[in-house]
Design a protein around this ligand. Structure first.
Ligand code: HEM
Length: 156
């Protein structure tokens, strides 16, 4: 679902990638995004890398490819399999919301038109919801009485 390989076209048949200004625009978005991630106490510890330039390069290539730009991502990394690649990290709803907050400000600072921002945003919101793999910490639940038929009773 996060795989596109260049199919996104604007009505004038240019790729979305070209329409928004190509490589420079994607570098700007991802640069801004990771500058904020670097300061985020929930997200930063998830990134194993000491400096975030490799993750930034991977996200840039991925987004460029998704939006119809060069296919360098798949040449270097193969099929994205984003669900699998995020499996080692606890992507909670809170982490998702932090991730999206930083992406939102990066998109708003990108110089793209409001319409392009909206299109891009719709995609990342969907992708980020899809990638949640861990519930937020919940307060411990009281243990439920278990009856001998094996059915938990929630009424007592
Ligand atoms: C929902 C919150 C998210 C969190 C907490 C998160 C976190 C991470 C972390 C910790 C990594 C490993 C660093 C790296 O190897 O680059 C990573 C990789 C990556 N993420 Fe996310 N991510 C999130 C959402 C997304 C979304 C929405 C997308 C795409 C639209 C995305 C695309 C990628 C890509 C392309 C990689 C590199 C995969 C590779 O190894 O080739 N992530 N992410």
């Amino acid at each position: 679902m996060t795989w596109n390989n260049g199919a996104v076209r604007t009505p004038d048949q240019r790729s979305f990638y070209d329409a928004v200004g190509g490589h420079e625009t994607f570098v700007r978005i991802v640069g801004r995004f990771y500058a904020e991630v670097a300061e985020d106490p929930l997200l930063r510890p998830m990134y194993p890398d000491e400096d975030l330039s490799d993750p930034a390069a991977r996200l840039t290539m991925f987004l460029e490819q998704y939006w119809g730009g060069p296919t360098t991502y798949s040449e270097q990394r193969g099929h994205p399999r984003l669900g699998m690649r995020h499996a080692p990290f606890p992507v909670t709803p809170a982490a998702r919301d932090r991730w999206l907050t930083h992406m939102r400000s990066a998109l708003e600072e990108s110089g793209m038109s409001a319409e392009h921002v909206a299109t891009f945003w719709e995609y990342v919101v969907r992708a980020a919801h899809f990638l949640v793999n861990t519930p937020d910490d919940e307060p411990p639940k009281p243990s439920l009485p278990i009856d001998t038929t094996g059915t938990a009773s929630v009424t007592q």
